[in-house]
Write a protein that binds this ligand. Structure first.
Ligand code: HEM
Length: 465
């Protein structure tokens, strides 16, 4: 039998786009309206019937710009969901440990402690009842409702399937996150995905990702069944038909403490301009998305609007000491690009696809008091190795500063800060160090999911028939 490495080499690099769920490879056009649902399966046969009926609604990567019902539906399954659907035990046993344990059990590794620990999560997030996750996005409310009505109709005579959770999450009127920044710019360029050419057809999207800015990453980092950055196939749950063209998803509901964030900036700055600069230093980009490496002094919306420039920067030569973009800034930690070139770390092994969707109403501009509303970001992270990608980023790069010589300083935006942390801004002749960083993002729940290819969804649906 050929070993994984030679099997990987034999592959022609052409992705099976019609089998891959579109959300994996494609950006959502904006504006959009959307929602995440969790379903519980009490009867495996009803669960499989539900899957069989939903599959025709799932937009593949080839259908992305002309999806069924003008809306994008994706399906992912938790470990308990695969079991509830009757996937054979030998298949279940072939999934990796972290996925089988589930996100709540990994709280320590993820920094989900204190107010972010699973005992404070919103039910049923992180519980064994969260079996199937369905996301639905549409360009407008009419298309959204039309798809939802079709889906409801398909579930009506299936009493063994219940919708146990819904979280509405749509683009904000500003097209930015609740912290005021454009998100979704830095994304890996995936070998064979065809994103570059297809992005031209996106129409409403803020950014198509174009090739050439940063290295292309092997498809096997994001899709099971293709060679990864080590020239091998990432271990595939068995049988192959179940895992090919699938990936893992870290789904997180992150509450953002916007009033606290604004107050912190105000308390540490002497003018609105300085507030904006401190906020940009923490993120590594200006609110428009312009990167500090290219625009160190002030925001430059022209760079942000130019897809050829917005990602066209590195750190090693352009900003080795972090005087433009601090070593501990969010984007520099989460994707150090070439900054670790002198170390043994291969940054390509720690990339993943991200989709962030805001939920909850905006806190009015300038408001510094918390209004008690729930608001934040549904954070989706997709890749073939949860431990080497998502958990590594959280534990080693977000919640530890050693890799950039910052001791135990944490990511200022997503780190598990507790009011005692610092954020260092290198500058000559003196550096600035912000103190007593509060936690701005609180975990409200989450789950590790498996997002199968479309053939695999059918394979699961046909078990037992
Ligand atoms: C509290 C929730 C979060 C907020 C508000 C947030 C915000 C942002 C913003 C504004 C950017 C810059 C835009 C861009 O480059 O796309 C960004 C980039 C990024 N974030 Fe986050 N983020 C959050 C959580 C996370 C988490 C939990 C991770 C990973 C575990 C992460 C990983 C990344 C990565 C990989 C990039 C792209 C860096 C690059 O390629 O240059 N983010 N984020």
């Amino acid at each position: 039998m050929a070993d994984s490495a030679s099997r990987a080499e034999e592959q022609v690099l052409e992705l099976e786009l019609d089998d891959i769920q579109g959300t994996l490879l494609r950006l959502r056009p904006t504006p959009f309206t959307g929602a995440y649902f969790l379903l519980r399966i009490d009867d495996p046969a009803d669960g499989r019937q539900m899957l069989a009926r939903l599959v025709p609604l799932v937009a593949s990567a080839t259908q992305w710009w002309d999806p069924p019902h003008r809306a994008w539906l994706s399906v992912a399954l938790s470990y308990s969901g695969l079991r509830a659907l009757g996937v054979p035990q030998e298949s279940l046993d072939s999934f990796p440990d972290a996925f089988r344990e589930g996100m709540a059990a990994r709280a320590e590794q993820l920094g989900d402690t204190g107010g972010s620990s699973p005992e404070h999560w919103d039910a049923p997030l992180g519980s064994a009842d969260a079996h199937v996750a369905v996301s639905v996005f549409a360009p407008d409310a009419t298309a959204m409702e039309s798809l939802l009505e079709t889906a409801r109709e398909k579930l009506r005579d299936l009493p063994g399937v219940s919708v146990i959770y819904r979280l509405d999450a749509s683009a904000l009127p500003t097209k930015r996150t609740h912290l005021g920044f454009v998100d979704g710019i830095g994304e890996p360029d995936i070998e064979g995905s065809g994103v570059a050419s297809l992005a031209q057809g996106m129409g409403g999207g803020d950014y198509g990702y174009l090739p050439g800015f940063g290295p292309t990453i092997k498809a096997g980092e994001f899709l099971l069944g293709y060679a990864n950055e080590m020239g091998r196939l990432t271990p595939m749950p068995q049988p192959d038909v179940l895992s090919r063209n699938g990936t893992y998803v870290a789904f997180r509901k992150l509450h953002l403490r916007v009033a606290e964030y604004r107050r912190y900036l105000k308390d540490n700055a002497s003018s609105p301009e300085e507030e904006e600069l401190l906020a940009a230093k923490m993120v590594g980009r200006w609110p428009s998305g312009a990167p500090l490496v290219l625009a160190p002094e002030h925001d430059d919306p022209a760079i942000a609007a130019d897809p050829h420039r917005v990602n066209d920067f590195t750190y090693h030569e352009q900003d080795p000491e972090g005087r433009r973009c601090p070593l501990g800034a969010h984007i520099r930690r989460m994707n150090p690009r070439d900054a670790l070139a002198d170390s043994l770390v291969d940054v390509k092994l720690h990339r993943a696809l991200r989709r962030g969707t805001p939920y909850g109403p905006m806190l009015p501009e300038g408001e510094l008091e918390d209004d008690g509303a729930e608001r934040g970001i549904v954070f989706i992270f997709m890749g073939t190795d949860l431990v080497r990608q998502f958990e590594f980023l959280k534990s080693r790069w977000a919640n530890d500063g050693d890799f950039v010589g910052l001791g135990n300083e944490k990511d200022p935006i997503v780190g598990s800060n507790d009011g005692t942390g610092t954020f260092t801004i290198p500058k000559r002749p003196v550096r600035r160090r912000l103190q007593q960083l509060p936690r701005f993002a609180v975990t409200k729940g989450g789950e590790y999911l498996f997002m199968p290819g479309i053939r695999a969804l059918k394979w699961i649906a046909e078990r037992g028939t």
